[in-house]
Design a protein around this ligand. Structure first.
Ligand code: GDP
Length: 473
């Protein structure tokens, strides 16, 4: 690549590197300083390209507040396994989408839109659960405006319910509680409500401000009320976008389709995406050849909160990648290539795991009050609670420890997902990470620390925090 850019022969560049004591092959990455030396050796001029230079075409659009218009809210359904997330999503789709449209063949493209009886349009993400939610968030796409927390009335609050609550809280997304399976004789909705109190969720019926609805995905009872409540909540949130600008979206899902090539479902977040638009999405780019909506119809354009399948990509992006429309193919290609190289360099710089100190330094740069987010997993409830209490006592005006999630049991992939999305380390107290969690943590650079003495854990966090304070200028 370097030889290419200098229009020199690869062999000459490798030779020059070797003469400088670098035994490299032509496909190896070299660091920027070495590259600079070599470039000067060859008598070329160095031009360092930073993220800011390449990406500035993307960030340059600022929305005029006058142009903002309300857009439909985007909803993710979360909750414990088997509590009825999929059933609720299907029941809403069947009740609201099939009617009307000619042909009426709904397409599963990863998200769908419904219209409530009072005329409000809502966009549902079709992949329930917090794994998808968190992996999107860790790639930079926060698309969800409202979380519907599904809790089965015959089972009440379970471990994944708690995880879902903590994921929603970490993302600062408001929740609505759907108490499901109320058709069952064993249903006990009030148990759900009291269980939720322990997790600081006070529902309306307990005089709190979290909306709760009793539903049944099987009989359909309460689903209309749930939709109206979502509409109500979204009005309070003032959800806006500017349809009259170039589009920004997020990839909901993507795959390589045998007949159609790479296909991505994109949820437009701002602006309007049109056929013919040139775009960059993650490390890929393309030109919109066709747009297909959730009814399987070809459409010419898609505005804010509309999910569409996009054809015309040069490669398959990943869920959570952000799509930006740009002016020219040259720009799109340059940004995609730059990102591809940057990602490769990042992978090459192995061992670049985030340590506690780095995390703090990063957090410090962002805000006045540094919040150090952490996750705690322990062998027993008592230890977990004791650690959380100790952690919450650490801190002062400048540094604060925030426990995103705490629980009992081994460290799982879901924990790593949340940690990555929030740039948090994971503390294991007398528990270990399971194999898949360990692998994911290594790949994503999430730090896991193990302890068997609470004071050691507290001391480490304190030391990191005070070290940071003394670094202050
Ligand atoms: P998920 O894992 O949260 O997506 O749960 P599913 O939607 O797959 O539902 C799990 C099981 O609960 C299935 O057998 C459903 O038929 C059943 N189920 C879901 N909702 C209801 C409900 O409202 N009432 C009853 N009786 N069963 C339900």
């Amino acid at each position: 690549e370097l030889a290419n850019r200098m229009a020199e022969r690869v062999a000459d560049v490798v030779k020059a590197l070797m003469q400088n004591g670098m035994m490299v092959t032509q496909n190896q990455s070299i660091d920027a300083d070495t590259a600079e030396l070599i470039i000067e050796d060859f008598g070329h001029r160095v031009q360092r390209v930073s993220d800011a230079d390449v990406e500035q075409v993307i960030d340059s659009v600022v929305d005029d507040p006058d142009k903002l218009k309300p857009r439909p809210p985007v909803i993710t359904v979360m909750g414990h396994v088997d509590h009825g997330k999929t059933s609720i999503l299907d029941a809403i789709r069947n009740a609201k989408v099939v009617a009307g449209e000619a042909g009426g063949i709904t397409q599963h493209i990863g998200a769908y839109q419904v219209t409530t009886d009072s005329g409000q349009v809502l966009t549902f993400l079709d992949t329930p659960g917090h794994a998808a939610f968190t992996s999107m968030r860790s790639r930079g796409a926060q698309v969800t405006d409202i979380v519907v927390l599904v809790v089965a009335a015959d089972d009440a609050v379970m471990p994944q319910t708690v995880e879902a609550i903590n994921h929603a809280k970490a993302a600062k997304v408001p929740m609505i509680v759907a108490i499901n399976k109320c058709d069952k004789p064993s249903a006990n909705p009030d148990k759900v409500r009291t269980d939720l109190l322990q997790h600081e969720i006070i529902v309306e019926k307990m005089s709190g401000d979290v909306l709760d609805v009793e539903v049944s995905a099987i009989t359909g009872k309460g689903l209309d009320e749930l939709l109206e409540n979502i509409a109500l909540q979204s009005e309070l949130l003032d959800i806006m976008a500017n349809p009259d600008r170039s589009a920004v979206g997020a990839v909901i899902e993507a795959q390589l389709d045998v007949g159609r090539g790479p296909v991505a479902t994109v949820l437009v977040q701002n602006g309007t995406l049109r056929q013919g638009d040139i775009f960059v999405v993650g490390e890929q780019w393309g030109k919109v050849r066709a747009l297909i909506n959730d009814q399987g119809e070809r459409v010419k354009e898609a505005g804010p909160s509309v999910p569409v399948e996009v054809l015309g990509l040069n490669g398959t992006p990943e869920a959570g990648d952000v799509m930006n429309v740009v002016e020219t193919e040259a720009q799109a290609r340059e940004i995609a290539e730059y990102r591809h190289q940057a990602a490769k360099d990042k992978r090459a710089a192995a061992g670049a795991a985030t340590t506690l100190e780095q995390l703090l330094a990063k957090a410090k740069a962002d805000e006045d009050v540094v919040e150090l987010p952490i996750l705690v997993k322990a062998d027993v409830q008592g230890s977990s609670e004791a650690i959380v209490q100790a952690m919450e006592k650490i801190g002062n005006d400048e540094v604060r420890v925030r426990v995103l999630h705490s629980g009992v049991g081994a460290i799982t992939e879901s924990d790593i997902g949340l940690a990555e999305a929030s740039n948090a380390p994971v503390f294991g107290f007398n528990v270990r990470a399971n194999a898949s969690a360990r692998n994911t943590a290594n790949q994503k650079g999430v730090e896991i620390r193990y302890y068997s003495v609470i004071y050691d854990l507290v001391d480490d966090v304190k030391a990191a925090a005070s070290g940071l304070l003394s670094n202050e200028i």
